[in-house]
Structure formats: C-alpha cells, structure tokens
Write a protein that binds this ligand. Structure first.
Ligand code: ADP
Ligand code: ASP
Ligand code: MG
Length: 374
C-alpha cells in the first residue's frame, strides 16, 4: 500500500461542495489501495482576508501574533475536510477509524522562528506513522508549524505546497516505502506560462526539478519554490493536477528520469516555459562610499532583516563613490527600506535610497539553454 500525500489548494476546498468532493476523492484513492495523507490550504480568499485585516492595523505586522492570525484559515479547512471525509466514510459504510485532524504544532512540524517566512527544520513522523499504522487518514493543516518556543509560525504565501512535500520527504526518510505526492490545484498541470494570462500556453507533461525550481522562483506560483527544492533534495516525485477533472497533470521528476523515462526526447527542449512576477521593487543606493566590506554591510543588513534579494547591479565607482541597485519582491519592500535607513544612519551617512515599485520581471526558463547559442 503506497502512501499518497494529497495536497488540496484553496480552490479545491473553496466551498462546502468542493470539500465534499475532496472527501470522495480521498476515499476513492483509499479504495484503489493507496494510503492517503491529506494536506489542506485555507479556503480560497481566506488568507488574503486575514492578511488584509492585519495590514489595516499595522504596516509591517510580521510577528508572532500575525502568524497566529494568518495560520487560522488552515484550521477551518482541516476541521471541515475531516468532518467531510468521516461523513462520506459513514455513508459508504466503512467501519473503523477514519480521518483525524492535525494542526502543524500537534503533528510536530518544527520550524525556525522567522515569522511569515519560517523554514521547516524537522517533522516528527511518529504520530503520522501511528495514524497510518492504524489505517487512519491524517488531515493536516498546511502552511504552518511551530518554533522552539511553541509559537505558531507560517511558511510564506503558498506554503502548503512546502508542507505537503516536506511531509512526503520526512515519511520517505523515515523508511516508508513508495511515497508519492500529488498537488491538487485550480489548473490541470504546469503550463509553459500562466494559462490564466496566456490562453495559448501548453501543458507540460513532464518537467525536471531544476526547471520547475526556476519557474517557481521567477514567479510561476503554481508551486512554492521551497516545495520544489525539498522535492529535488529528497527525490520526491510530484504530480501537479486538478481536483476538478481526473486527467493526468504534470510530473515533476529528476533530469535523469526526464531523459530516460517514457516520452523522453532525444534532444533537450531548449525553453521549458516563461514566468512573470508582477510584484517587484528596485532599490538604488546612491553615493555609497567604495571600499572593502561595503557590499557585505549592505547585503548583510538586508539578510538580517530576512529580505530576499534577487538581481544585483553595481556601477563602476567614480570619486570613491558608487551606486548599487538590487531588486526584491514587493512584500519585502518595507523591511528593506527600514534596514537600509538604519544602515545609512549608522554607517553610510551620505547614502541616498531611491525605491521604484510597480516593476515586473519576465523570465525565460530551460535547462537546454545552457548548450545553445542565441
Ligand atoms: P493553490 O491555491 O491550489 O495553491 P495557486 O493559486 O497557488 O493555487 O496556484 C495555481 C495558479 O498558478 C494557477 O491558477 C495559475 O494562475 C498560476 N500559474 C502561474 N504560472 C503557472 C504555470 N506556468 N502553470 C500553471 N499555473 C500557473
Ligand atoms: N493559505 C496560504 C496562502 O494563501 C497557504 C497556501 O495556500 O498554500 O498563502
Ligand atoms: Mg499555491
């Protein structure tokens, strides 16, 4: 009996009708002989609603109380999905234990303490194994964990993908044979670009971890980048598919498998896809004194503030002064501004900080490009 981690995104649990459908879907997988482990997101729109409430009170709300608040959407879906699976199991006349609800802290999903961007450090698989041994179906809240002080933490927007893959990886590491991971979303696979923006986009039947990581990091939010990193590291095959129609989606596999498995191409596809990220900001630091340790001071301060920096451009210095520009996501803009102002005050008094928002980034992705001119 293979363990099948099934992650249902916001739209898949977006209404009671959808939740009843998910319950049948999970029990069908069980009836086919798989052992489902269910991971759920908040109902669609719920996390946005909670984020917006917090931002109406404080401009940079990221804190212990913020994570506690925005993690609550997943608690609602876990409760509803568990109720729905148990009701559907009773209708089918299935006896014995069925679904049990788990929040991140109850399951032992341990993270660091970086609120709103926490990283999973370890997952205690004992409770999960116990559930599987007694043939139960664990229903787990995605997106959340617990830090060493017992605070609820969240994994960044889209983080339920990462919860699901991390659970699959932890089960695999604990010696569970044959762990697969399915990511159910509102499109039926990974496309050459966002099919909601470009209807001519084509579904990619199979893609390697490296290309998927690039697409995800460059703005294709169909999978959170960290979920793909974990999948690549622990060799967890992913199947991205739709819970609306039972069709084959996209398999995310290793490069070796892509080259050798069914449907392998003789020559590498040069371009796998195009990603766009409409939420970029650019900072330009003017009149920065040139010298050893300057870049370390700037990017060290940004790193301490947990700002993710993307593209960096440094001009040639003139008169011992230079300009440094970098881009980051818009959600990090206020944190970056605060860190840079503090740096200007204590270390670079003449430095000017110019921020430009409303930028977008378009990227073309493909591992085949490294061997092709043009
Ligand atoms: P979920 O709530 O299920 O996690 P998300 O909204 O996080 O769903 O991700 C699915 C969305 O990702 C799709 O609706 C689509 O608009 C977007 N998307 C962006 N790029 C791609 C791509 N290359 N292929 C498929 N979907 C994409
Ligand atoms: N509910 C969270 C979000 O909206 C996590 C997720 O959906 O993956 O970002
Ligand atoms: Mg998502």
């Amino acid at each position: 009996m293979a363990v099948l981690v099934q992650k249902f995104g916001g739209t898949s649990v977006g209404s009671i009708d959808r939740i009843l459908h998910v319950a049948e879907w999970v029990l069908n997988a069980q009836a086919r002989g798989d052992h489902p482990v269910v991971v759920v997101s908040a109902m669609s729109g719920e996390t946005n609603r909670l984020v917006e409430l917090a931002h109406r009170i404080a401009p940079i709300p990221y804190s212990r109380e913020y994570d506690l608040l925005i993690a609550s959407g997943e608690q609602i879906s876990v409760g509803l999905v568990t109720l729905a699976i148990n009701a559907a199991a009773a209708r089918r006349g299935l006896g014995g234990p069925c679904a049990t609800p788990w929040l991140g802290h109850q399951l032992g999903i341990r993270t660091d303490a970086v609120f709103s961007k926490a990283r999973i450090q370890a997952i205690d698989t004992d409770r999960l194994r116990g559930e599987l041994d007694r043939r139960g179906i664990p229903v787990i809240a995605g997106f959340q964990g617990v830090d060493a002080s017992g605070n609820i933490t969240t994994l960044g927007r889209g983080g339920s993908d990462t919860s699901a893959v991390a659970i699959a990886a932890a089960l695999k590491e604990a010696g569970t044979p044959g762990v697969d991971c399915e990511i159910y979303t509102d499109v039926d696979g990974v496309y050459t670009t966002d099919p909601r923006i470009c209807p001519a986009a084509r579904k990619i039947p199979r893609i390697c971890f490296e290309e998927m990581m690039e697409l995800a990091s460059l703005g294709a939010k169909v999978l959170q980048i960290r979920s793909v990193e974990i999948a690549a590291k622990f060799r967890v095959p992913l199947h991205v598919r739709s819970s609306f129609e039972p069709v084959e989606g996209t398999r995310v596999v290793s490069q070796e498998e892509l080259r050798s498995g069914p449907g392998a191409l003789l020559e590498e596809v040069v371009v796998a896809g195009i990603a766009a990220d409409p939420d970029q900001v650019k900072f330009t630091l003017q009149e920065v004194p040139d010298g050893p340790g300057v870049a370390a001071a700037i990017f060290g301060a940004l790193s301490d503030a947990a700002v993710v920096v993307d593209v960096i451009v440094q001009d040639v210095s003139s008169d011992g002064r230079l300009n440094v520009s970098f881009t980051s996501g818009r959600s990090d803009a206020l944190k970056a501004q605060g860190a840079l102002e503090a740096l200007a005050a204590v270390r670079f008094p003449g430095m000017r900080i110019v921020m430009r928002d409303s930028l977008a980034k378009v990227s073309i992705v493909g591992v085949g490009m490294q061997n092709h001119s043009g």
